[in-house]
Design a protein around this ligand. Structure first.
Ligand code: XBP
Ligand code: MG
Length: 242
Protein backbone atom coordinates (compact mmCIF):
# COMPACT_ATOMS: atom_id res chain seq x y z
CA UNK A 1 0.00 0.00 0.00
CA UNK A 2 1.32 3.48 -0.91
CA UNK A 3 2.12 5.86 1.94
CA UNK A 4 0.06 8.93 2.77
CA UNK A 5 -1.06 11.06 5.71
CA UNK A 6 -4.67 10.66 6.73
CA UNK A 7 -6.78 13.29 4.96
CA UNK A 8 -10.29 11.85 4.73
CA UNK A 9 -12.72 9.56 6.52
CA UNK A 10 -15.30 7.61 4.54
CA UNK A 11 -18.24 6.38 6.63
CA UNK A 12 -20.60 3.52 5.92
CA UNK A 13 -24.15 4.25 7.17
CA UNK A 14 -26.12 1.19 8.25
CA UNK A 15 -24.54 -0.36 11.32
CA UNK A 16 -21.66 2.15 11.37
CA UNK A 17 -23.19 5.62 11.77
CA UNK A 18 -26.20 4.14 13.54
CA UNK A 19 -27.70 0.81 14.56
CA UNK A 20 -30.32 0.90 11.84
CA UNK A 21 -30.75 -2.76 10.92
CA UNK A 22 -33.61 -3.62 13.29
CA UNK A 23 -35.44 -0.52 12.01
CA UNK A 24 -34.81 -1.63 8.41
CA UNK A 25 -36.05 -5.13 9.32
CA UNK A 26 -39.27 -3.77 10.87
CA UNK A 27 -39.84 -1.54 7.84
CA UNK A 28 -39.45 -4.53 5.48
CA UNK A 29 -41.95 -6.51 7.58
CA UNK A 30 -44.44 -3.65 7.72
CA UNK A 31 -44.26 -3.25 3.93
CA UNK A 32 -44.75 -7.01 3.46
CA UNK A 33 -47.80 -6.90 5.77
CA UNK A 34 -49.33 -3.86 4.04
CA UNK A 35 -48.95 -5.60 0.68
CA UNK A 36 -50.34 -8.84 2.18
CA UNK A 37 -47.36 -10.89 1.00
CA UNK A 38 -47.41 -13.19 4.03
CA UNK A 39 -43.63 -12.77 4.41
CA UNK A 40 -42.08 -12.30 7.85
CA UNK A 41 -38.38 -11.70 8.36
CA UNK A 42 -37.42 -12.85 11.87
CA UNK A 43 -34.20 -11.53 13.46
CA UNK A 44 -32.55 -14.95 12.83
CA UNK A 45 -33.50 -14.91 9.15
CA UNK A 46 -32.52 -11.26 8.80
CA UNK A 47 -29.03 -12.01 10.16
CA UNK A 48 -28.59 -14.35 7.20
CA UNK A 49 -30.29 -12.03 4.69
CA UNK A 50 -27.88 -9.25 5.65
CA UNK A 51 -25.23 -11.14 3.69
CA UNK A 52 -27.00 -9.70 0.65
CA UNK A 53 -26.43 -5.96 0.70
CA UNK A 54 -29.05 -3.61 -0.67
CA UNK A 55 -32.74 -3.82 0.17
CA UNK A 56 -33.93 -4.57 -3.38
CA UNK A 57 -31.28 -7.25 -3.82
CA UNK A 58 -32.26 -8.71 -0.43
CA UNK A 59 -35.94 -8.93 -1.43
CA UNK A 60 -35.05 -10.61 -4.74
CA UNK A 61 -32.78 -13.11 -3.00
CA UNK A 62 -35.48 -14.01 -0.45
CA UNK A 63 -38.18 -14.27 -3.10
CA UNK A 64 -36.01 -16.55 -5.26
CA UNK A 65 -35.33 -18.83 -2.30
CA UNK A 66 -39.03 -18.96 -1.41
CA UNK A 67 -40.22 -19.51 -4.95
CA UNK A 68 -37.69 -20.50 -7.62
CA UNK A 69 -40.54 -20.19 -10.18
CA UNK A 70 -40.35 -16.39 -10.11
CA UNK A 71 -37.76 -16.77 -12.86
CA UNK A 72 -40.79 -17.37 -15.11
CA UNK A 73 -41.95 -13.79 -14.47
CA UNK A 74 -40.98 -11.18 -17.00
CA UNK A 75 -37.81 -9.42 -15.78
CA UNK A 76 -39.57 -6.04 -15.94
CA UNK A 77 -42.61 -7.27 -13.96
CA UNK A 78 -40.31 -8.71 -11.31
CA UNK A 79 -38.32 -5.47 -11.06
CA UNK A 80 -41.52 -3.38 -10.88
CA UNK A 81 -42.85 -5.50 -8.03
CA UNK A 82 -39.55 -5.31 -6.13
CA UNK A 83 -39.42 -1.54 -6.69
CA UNK A 84 -42.96 -1.26 -5.30
CA UNK A 85 -42.19 -3.31 -2.17
CA UNK A 86 -38.90 -1.49 -1.59
CA UNK A 87 -40.47 1.94 -2.21
CA UNK A 88 -43.05 1.28 0.50
CA UNK A 89 -40.34 -0.08 2.84
CA UNK A 90 -38.23 3.04 2.28
CA UNK A 91 -41.16 5.37 3.07
CA UNK A 92 -41.88 3.42 6.29
CA UNK A 93 -38.18 3.46 7.26
CA UNK A 94 -37.83 7.18 6.55
CA UNK A 95 -40.87 7.92 8.73
CA UNK A 96 -39.43 5.85 11.57
CA UNK A 97 -36.08 7.68 11.37
CA UNK A 98 -37.84 11.05 11.18
CA UNK A 99 -39.69 10.20 14.38
CA UNK A 100 -36.42 9.48 16.17
CA UNK A 101 -36.19 5.68 15.94
CA UNK A 102 -32.39 5.79 15.52
CA UNK A 103 -29.58 7.92 16.86
CA UNK A 104 -25.93 8.01 15.86
CA UNK A 105 -23.62 5.47 17.52
CA UNK A 106 -21.30 6.59 20.36
CA UNK A 107 -18.36 8.72 19.26
CA UNK A 108 -19.52 9.20 15.66
CA UNK A 109 -20.37 12.91 15.88
CA UNK A 110 -17.37 13.71 18.07
CA UNK A 111 -14.99 12.00 15.62
CA UNK A 112 -16.59 13.80 12.65
CA UNK A 113 -16.21 17.14 14.46
CA UNK A 114 -12.59 16.37 15.35
CA UNK A 115 -11.81 15.41 11.75
CA UNK A 116 -13.47 18.50 10.26
CA UNK A 117 -11.71 20.80 12.75
CA UNK A 118 -8.38 19.24 11.76
CA UNK A 119 -9.09 19.90 8.07
CA UNK A 120 -9.93 16.35 7.02
CA UNK A 121 -12.66 15.69 4.48
CA UNK A 122 -15.66 13.48 5.19
CA UNK A 123 -17.54 11.24 2.79
CA UNK A 124 -20.24 8.58 2.96
CA UNK A 125 -20.18 5.22 1.15
CA UNK A 126 -23.35 3.18 1.59
CA UNK A 127 -25.69 0.84 -0.23
CA UNK A 128 -28.81 2.49 1.15
CA UNK A 129 -31.04 5.13 -0.49
CA UNK A 130 -30.29 8.89 -0.30
CA UNK A 131 -33.58 9.64 1.54
CA UNK A 132 -32.56 7.28 4.34
CA UNK A 133 -29.19 9.01 4.82
CA UNK A 134 -30.83 12.44 4.76
CA UNK A 135 -33.44 11.44 7.35
CA UNK A 136 -30.79 10.02 9.69
CA UNK A 137 -28.36 12.93 9.39
CA UNK A 138 -31.02 15.66 9.44
CA UNK A 139 -32.37 14.20 12.63
CA UNK A 140 -28.92 13.84 14.23
CA UNK A 141 -27.10 16.95 12.97
CA UNK A 142 -29.71 19.36 11.60
CA UNK A 143 -30.78 20.77 8.24
CA UNK A 144 -27.23 21.77 7.22
CA UNK A 145 -25.76 18.27 7.71
CA UNK A 146 -24.84 17.89 4.02
CA UNK A 147 -22.31 20.76 4.20
CA UNK A 148 -20.00 18.58 6.28
CA UNK A 149 -19.50 16.02 3.52
CA UNK A 150 -17.39 16.42 0.38
CA UNK A 151 -19.20 13.57 -1.35
CA UNK A 152 -21.85 10.90 -0.83
CA UNK A 153 -22.01 7.55 -2.59
CA UNK A 154 -25.24 5.57 -2.20
CA UNK A 155 -27.76 3.33 -3.99
CA UNK A 156 -28.44 6.12 -6.49
CA UNK A 157 -24.78 6.55 -7.49
CA UNK A 158 -23.48 2.98 -7.11
CA UNK A 159 -25.88 0.34 -8.47
CA UNK A 160 -23.37 -2.46 -7.87
CA UNK A 161 -23.63 -3.12 -4.16
CA UNK A 162 -20.93 -4.02 -1.61
CA UNK A 163 -18.83 -6.20 -1.45
CA UNK A 164 -18.15 -4.67 -4.88
CA UNK A 165 -15.87 -1.62 -4.39
CA UNK A 166 -17.78 0.65 -6.82
CA UNK A 167 -19.10 3.04 -4.16
CA UNK A 168 -15.63 3.37 -2.57
CA UNK A 169 -13.92 3.99 -5.90
CA UNK A 170 -16.48 6.75 -6.53
CA UNK A 171 -15.71 8.39 -3.18
CA UNK A 172 -11.92 8.19 -3.61
CA UNK A 173 -12.31 9.91 -6.97
CA UNK A 174 -14.64 12.57 -5.54
CA UNK A 175 -12.25 13.29 -2.66
CA UNK A 176 -9.41 13.74 -5.19
CA UNK A 177 -7.06 11.86 -2.87
CA UNK A 178 -5.03 8.67 -3.14
CA UNK A 179 -6.68 5.74 -1.37
CA UNK A 180 -3.67 5.66 0.99
CA UNK A 181 -4.75 9.05 2.42
CA UNK A 182 -8.31 7.88 3.21
CA UNK A 183 -9.73 5.59 5.86
CA UNK A 184 -13.01 3.67 5.66
CA UNK A 185 -15.25 3.01 8.67
CA UNK A 186 -17.42 -0.08 8.33
CA UNK A 187 -19.36 -2.62 10.38
CA UNK A 188 -19.72 -5.65 8.11
CA UNK A 189 -17.74 -8.20 6.13
CA UNK A 190 -19.33 -6.99 2.87
CA UNK A 191 -18.33 -3.43 3.75
CA UNK A 192 -14.79 -4.43 4.69
CA UNK A 193 -14.36 -6.33 1.42
CA UNK A 194 -15.67 -3.38 -0.61
CA UNK A 195 -13.37 -0.88 1.12
CA UNK A 196 -10.25 -3.04 1.05
CA UNK A 197 -10.84 -3.92 -2.62
CA UNK A 198 -10.68 -0.16 -3.25
CA UNK A 199 -7.33 -0.04 -1.44
CA UNK A 200 -8.62 1.54 1.77
CA UNK A 201 -7.46 0.88 5.31
CA UNK A 202 -10.65 0.00 7.20
CA UNK A 203 -11.65 0.42 10.82
CA UNK A 204 -14.47 -1.88 11.92
CA UNK A 205 -16.99 -1.00 14.62
CA UNK A 206 -19.01 -4.13 15.34
CA UNK A 207 -22.70 -4.32 16.19
CA UNK A 208 -24.99 -7.20 17.21
CA UNK A 209 -25.78 -8.00 13.57
CA UNK A 210 -22.12 -8.26 12.49
CA UNK A 211 -20.22 -9.40 15.59
CA UNK A 212 -19.79 -12.90 14.09
CA UNK A 213 -18.40 -11.65 10.73
CA UNK A 214 -14.89 -12.34 9.47
CA UNK A 215 -12.90 -9.11 9.76
CA UNK A 216 -9.56 -10.44 8.55
CA UNK A 217 -7.69 -7.59 6.89
CA UNK A 218 -9.27 -4.79 8.94
CA UNK A 219 -6.95 -2.11 10.34
CA UNK A 220 -8.59 -2.55 13.77
CA UNK A 221 -11.83 -3.99 15.13
CA UNK A 222 -13.44 -2.03 17.99
CA UNK A 223 -16.89 -2.22 19.64
CA UNK A 224 -17.66 1.43 18.83
CA UNK A 225 -16.00 4.83 18.31
CA UNK A 226 -16.37 6.05 21.90
CA UNK A 227 -12.63 5.60 22.60
CA UNK A 228 -11.40 6.39 19.10
CA UNK A 229 -9.86 9.85 18.78
CA UNK A 230 -8.46 11.34 15.57
CA UNK A 231 -4.95 11.04 17.09
CA UNK A 232 -5.48 7.31 17.61
CA UNK A 233 -6.87 6.89 14.09
CA UNK A 234 -3.81 8.67 12.66
CA UNK A 235 -1.57 6.36 14.68
CA UNK A 236 -3.38 3.19 13.52
CA UNK A 237 -3.48 4.45 9.93
CA UNK A 238 0.27 5.20 9.90
CA UNK A 239 1.11 1.85 11.53
CA UNK A 240 -1.02 0.08 8.91
CA UNK A 241 1.19 1.55 6.19
CA UNK A 242 4.46 0.58 7.80
C1 XBP B 1 -26.65 -1.98 4.61
C2 XBP B 1 -27.61 -2.59 3.74
C3 XBP B 1 -28.85 -1.89 3.44
C4 XBP B 1 -29.89 -1.87 4.53
C5 XBP B 1 -31.23 -1.65 3.90
O1 XBP B 1 -25.35 -2.18 4.06
O2 XBP B 1 -27.38 -3.65 3.21
O3 XBP B 1 -29.38 -2.54 2.34
O4 XBP B 1 -29.94 -3.08 5.23
O5 XBP B 1 -31.25 -0.46 3.20
P1 XBP B 1 -24.20 -1.08 4.25
P2 XBP B 1 -31.98 -0.33 1.79
O6 XBP B 1 -24.21 -0.69 5.68
O7 XBP B 1 -22.96 -1.81 3.86
O8 XBP B 1 -24.50 0.06 3.32
O9 XBP B 1 -33.29 -1.08 1.88
O10 XBP B 1 -32.19 1.15 1.61
O11 XBP B 1 -31.05 -0.92 0.77
MG1 MG C 1 -23.00 -1.34 7.21
Amino acid sequence: MAHGALQALIFDVDGTLADTESVHMNAFNQAFAELELGWIWTPELYLDLLNVSGGKERILHYWQQLNPDIKALKAQDLQDRIDQIHGLKTAIYENAVNSGAVSLRPGVLRLMDEALSAGLQLAIATTTSPVNIAALMRHAVGADWRLNFTAIGDASTAPIKKPHPQVYFQMIEALKLPAACCLALEDSNNGLRAATAAGLATLITTNPFTLHHDFTGALRVVPDLSQVTLALLRQWHAAGQA
